[in-house]
Design a protein around this ligand. Structure first.
Ligand code: BDP
Length: 330
């Protein structure tokens, strides 16, 4: 009897030791993080995430690596969000637009003219509200961990015919990102909002399925949409949507606390690094677009601001306190 007991004790000691070793091993496990983006190699957002991967690799002596899949090779943004939720993609850089249907709280940043200008947007994402919003994503049932923000500049309209006022948009079909808020925004601005994946926009413009779309200059240039015929770029600046990079919760839970801390630290650095790259790319791509014959049209965007008041009322009522804090951010 005594012998059996001591055997049992010995076995359980071995089992404990084995599980300790296993968990110790798991905590320090090697992994290659699969990162994805719709934008091509060299785009500021892609470069900032790649550099974050290099820092992770150096800090863990090669235990954690990152492999970037740029240029939509893993699918459109909606599909990539789904893949990130299940852990097939580990890190995704995406517009906040299509995150809205998954985490409705983020829609406050997706509203037209919610930020005064880009500097205001940056002050908000860098400060406590930005952190709270990342935490809301992490705490939501979406299985995503909010890592950091990126600058997506201002989105303006590009169309086949010049647009200077809401009346000019009448009867025009304009592609918007997949989120009902954006379709409402375009309808309020005077056009017909059509929700469509980014990868379909070029052909849709070319074949007349839509009359135009809206985006920032780096995207307009790298996606070549102006070459499909939409070469009038009207400075409506109606959406200043921050971009985000998230980690799959499935992946996050596999990281040790130390590795999680490293990811957080390098995420904040990526947020700041992207910004410098972004400013340069907006200047470069604006010059290239002009050289390629895109006409930048300066307009008074107050009529568009006024026209979208019902959209802010509809989507913003549930965020009234937060909107006051955003407005109060200097
Ligand atoms: C770009 C964003 C990208 C979106 C794209 C779009 O960087 O994440 O997928 O707009 O319009 O500005 O879908």
């Amino acid at each position: 009897m005594k012998q059996i007991q001591s055997l049992r004790t010995a076995f359980s000691a071995i089992a404990v030791a084995a599980s300790l070793t296993l968990s110790g091993f798991a905590a320090a496990q090697s992994m290659t993080l699969k990162a994805a983006d719709v934008h091509p190699a060299g785009y500021p957002n892609v470069v900032a995430v790649e550099n974050m991967g290099k820092k992770l690799e150096a800090a863990t002596n090669g235990r954690i690596k990152l492999q970037m899949f740029p240029g939509s090779v893993l699918g459109g943004e909606k599909e990539m969000i789904e893949q990130t939720q299940v852990g097939a993609i580990n890190i995704l850089r995406t517009s906040l637009g299509p995150i809205g249907p998954v985490v409705p709280e983020v829609n406050v940043f997706n509203m037209p003219f919610v930020f005064r200008d880009e500097a205001h947007m940056r002050a908000v994402i860098d400060g406590p509200i930005g952190q709270e919003m990342l935490d809301k994503i992490t705490a939501s049932p979406a299985k995503l961990v909010g890592l950091g923000w990126m600058d997506g500049g201002s989105r303006s309209l590009y169309t086949k015919k010049p647009v200077r006022s809401p009346a000019d948009l009448k009867g025009m079909k304009i592609r918007m990102m997949g989120n009902p808020l954006f379709v409402d925004t375009m309808n309020a601005m005077g056009g017909n909002g059509i929700s469509m994946g980014y990868g379909e926009v070029f052909t849709a413009i070319q074949t007349g399925v839509v009359d135009g779309a809206e985006n920032n200059p780096p995207t307009l240039y790298t996606a070549h949409h102006y070459q499909a015929g939409a070469k009038y770029y009207s400075q409506t600046n109606h959406l200043i949507i921050p971009e985000i990079f998230v980690m799959s919760k499935v992946t996050w839970d596999k990281l040790s606390k130390d590795d999680q801390a490293l990811v957080k630290k390098f995420s904040r650095e990526a947020q700041m690094e992207q910004r410098a790259l972004w400013d340069k790319s907006v200047a470069d791509y604006t010059a290239k677009l002009k050289a390629d014959g895109v006409e930048f049209i300066k307009i008074d965007n107050k009529p568009f601001y006024d026209a979208t008041a019902p959209v802010r009322a509809k989507y913003g009522s549930q965020f009234a306190d937060l909107i006051k804090r955003i407005e109060a951010t200097k």
